[in-house]
Design a protein around this ligand. Sequence first.
Ligand SMILES: Cc1cc2nc3c(=O)[nH]c(=O)nc-3n(C[C@H](O)[C@H](O)[C@H](O)COP(=O)(O)OP(=O)(O)OC[C@H]3O[C@@H](n4cnc5c(N)ncnc54)[C@H](O)[C@@H]3O)c2cc1C
Length: 405
Amino acid sequence: MSRAKVVIVGAGHAGTALAGLLRQGGHRGEIVLFGEEHDLPYQRPPLSKKFGGDDFEHALRPAEFFVEQAITWCPGDRVTSLDPARKRIALDGGRAVDYDFLVLATGARARRLTVPGARAEGVLGLRTLGDARRLRAMLAGARKLAIVGGGYIGLEVAAAAGVMGVEVTVLERESRLLARVASKPFAARMTEYHRSLNTTIVTGAQVVRFHERDGRVAGVGLADGQLLGCDLALVGVGAVPRDELAAAAGLTCDNGIVVGDPTRTSDASIFAIGDVTRRPVPGLAGGHRLESIPSATEQARQACAAILGTAPPRPEVPWFWSDQHELNLKIAGVVRPGPVVTVRARPSSPSFSVLHHENNMLTAIESVNAPADFMAARKFIATGQRIDPAILADPEKPLRAAAAA
Ligand SMILES: Cc1cc2nc3c(=O)[nH]c(=O)nc-3n(C[C@H](O)[C@H](O)[C@H](O)COP(=O)(O)OP(=O)(O)OC[C@H]3O[C@@H](n4cnc5c(N)ncnc54)[C@H](O)[C@@H]3O)c2cc1C
């Protein structure tokens, strides 16, 4: 087994998973995991989903795990530069550390708005545990929450805050919710659902300023002149890959660190995994940024195999989930314009699936509270099994029965 020294930058989902996988795979060399955050590596999905108590704080691993597995976890240690020629990184404070393999797992940061008032107290973003603690503390005393951005994180927070009795308005710049990531029929049903929770949804809403009173947010101004009063604002307008270390070191970056083969960067000794990457995605030319736990975990497995020199894992169908109040959303495959879209729903039930298919093959599923549909569709997508489209729209027949004879 290799005794190479592996240095991982970023102790989030991807980096922490890789450290564990390397040991599990029998790696005997040193593993060093640098994370600039001070908390134990933690799960991000709960940060936006439930606001009762402190049940959003879930460590990925207990502190003993790192000791038992002889993984040198270095919290509060920020890597400031890379020197690929010397195979060396530098840390805040000037310390230098050498590596045989370097893995960049630096994730992404919440995109901020640059409009006037965006730095007022009560205008928040949501990416870290610190952000979530702040949001929760402020929500406890809030009456009106404005959420800028109708993507998954914005809608998760809208549902969770609405349940607490806070008056929620979602302001979406595009003409519909989930415009970048979901199909029209799926977004239409989600819009209907959120309205049924008493969330106000404003589309075509271009935020041009935050109004302040005594330094604290008091409203959101829109380009059409409307002013919406609020005492708390959450900005959920996407995430920006933290690829600046890689770019400064001359690695190929293009809105994310470009990886191929499948997680190696343009330097053979440096890998990149997780939200920071622009990665190959089956069916999409030119690579893509997939910001999800399943993608981060898949890439951790791929990097582990490459470092250990073992067989690469089989590529997975991209997928992710979201929880919005009592709805569990599961999406698999790549949602893109082109394929035929079939909605599979029962009038009396909140569960439904939107199936995307082309030439009698499924390309994607967007499902809500429909685990059997999701499982069957994911298998169809993975295997390329031909299907009978006539069965897709009939919720009385199990989706797995759509397999063409
Ligand atoms: C609120 C929220 C809800 C989400 N919900 C879901 C969900 O329901 N389902 C789903 O599939 N995905 C969800 N995601 C996305 C998912 O959390 C990410 O895809 C995942 O965290 C990516 O893992 P990562 O390791 O690439 O990045 P991260 O988890 O962001 O970890 C990167 C780490 O690197 C550290 N770092 C960065 N630069 C340096 C440096 N120079 N030196 C040292 N450390 C550094 C950062 O501080 C950070 O801790 C959610 C994300 C958020 C924010």
